[in-house]
Design a binder for this molecule. Structure first.
Ligand code: CP3
Length: 354
């Protein structure tokens, strides 16, 4: 077990301590999509904002929904309320959300489409309200709560920009990757540069950690995984580390499987978030041996609850107890989850004793 050297001034917040490699008696906890439709107070604020995008671009209300799960549950981290698809919009793509279905974007399929995107510097014109949300949060959060900023990884963001919507197999993006590799590479590069600027501004505004969501990394195999999941994560992490030394990066190459092994070392990320397609015992043996991990309870337990929820939560805590660990779900909580199950999960994590 390699435990990272403590910085001169050791962090006091539990999430930052785990990210620095410390093994804590109780893992700190937060939850992907913790501000979301399973919470009645979220639904009320979203109705007040009008729609999802208006909520993302309203700093006061976006900060309010970010704070709701902190007030209700006392999570150890708050994640900025925004969406990974704001970056394509800031680069000039049309973006809208169809209720009950998900995001829709104008599509990019060739070099002309990539060429028509706005320059990277232009993104701040659109994303200004997000930085304002971060500023409000860094003032409003309790002293012990860590503020996490985020962006989508270039591959995942590109899959939406190319297809114009979510797809089960990311086929349109794979097609462009194979048939128009130059245009595809130019798109990945534009998103990579935009992501560096976007995350850098979030850090300047007060984000203490940033997370890169590569939700569709699992559909990249072999060389393509290295080139389009690993390399962009490495480029973004290196640029951020140079500009903001000491700000931890969490990488989430979802469903990477074997690709999780060595990912933190290869990219320079401080922590790898693990989905629930692998067992916590496997992840402890093969990934946590290299540093901090985050995960990986199946989010379905937040719907089904009961003794299975308690047993599965304990299994995750136990499996990761020998190394640095941030407790989380394997993917975002779903709208049909029961808020009481979330409370039960937190209680189980915090009361766990071997
Ligand atoms: O984790 C958090 O609480 C922070 C906020 C956050 C949202 N989206 C809010 C959101 C984060 C980190 C995201 C990331 C995101 N967005 C990803 C990567 C992580 C993942 O879940 O795989 C992706 C692929 C998106 C794109 C996106 N946004 C989709 C496909 C959808 C529709 C699906 C759905 O759940 O409705 C969204 C909408 C979205 N983003 C919602 C929230 C709370 C639901 C919108 C609503 O209130 O109707």
């Amino acid at each position: 077990m390699t435990v990272a050297a403590q910085p001169a001034q050791a962090p006091s917040k539990t999430i930052l301590r785990a990210l620095a490699g410390e093994v804590l008696p109780t893992p700190p906890i937060w939850m992907m999509r913790q501000a979301g439709r399973y919470l009645p107070e979220y639904r009320a604020t979203r109705a007040q904002a009008g729609d999802f995008l208006s909520l993302c671009y309203n700093p006061e209300l976006a900060a309010e929904v970010t704070l709701q799960p902190i007030r209700r549950y006392g999570f150890d981290a708050a994640i900025l309320f925004a969406d990974i698809l704001l970056v394509p919009q800031a680069l000039g793509a049309e973006l809208w959300f169809v209720t009950g279905e998900g995001p829709r974007l104008s599509t990019i399929t060739d070099a002309q489409g990539v060429g028509a995107l706005k320059p990277v510097e232009a993104i701040h014109d659109t994303l200004g309200p997000v930085y304002e949300t971060v500023k409000i949060l860094s003032r409003a959060l309790p002293a012990e709560t860590t503020l996490i900023g985020f962006a989508g990884a270039p591959w995942t963001v590109a899959t939406y920009m190319i297809a114009g919507r979510g797809t089960p197999d990311q086929a349109p993006a794979h097609k462009m990757r194979v048939e128009a590799p130059e245009a595809f590479d130019a798109l990945i590069d534009r998103i990579t540069q935009a992501t560096i600027e976007y995350l850098s501004m979030q850090i300047d505004a007060g984000a203490e950690v940033v997370k890169i969501f590569d939700s569709w990394a699992g559909s990249l195999k072999g060389d393509a995984f290295e080139r389009y999941a690993l390399e962009p994560a490495k480029t973004i992490t290196a640029a951020l580390k140079q500009r903001h030394p000491g700000i931890p990066v969490i990488a989430f190459p979802r469903e990477a499987g074997e690709g999780y092994i060595g990912f933190a070392r290869a990219t320079g990320a401080d922590c790898v978030a693990i989905d629930n397609s692998v067992t916590p015992e496997w992840a402890a043996a093969h990934v946590q041996c290299e540093g901090c991990v985050q995960g990986n309870l199946a989010s379905s337990h937040m719907v089904t609850g009961g003794p299975d929820l308690v047993a599965a939560t304990e299994r995750v805590v136990r499996a990761f107890s020998k190394g640095p660990h941030i407790f989380n779900l394997g993917h975002g909580i779903t709208p049909d989850a029961d808020p009481d199950n979330v409370a039960r999960m937190i209680e189980t994590v915090r009361n766990f004793k071997e």
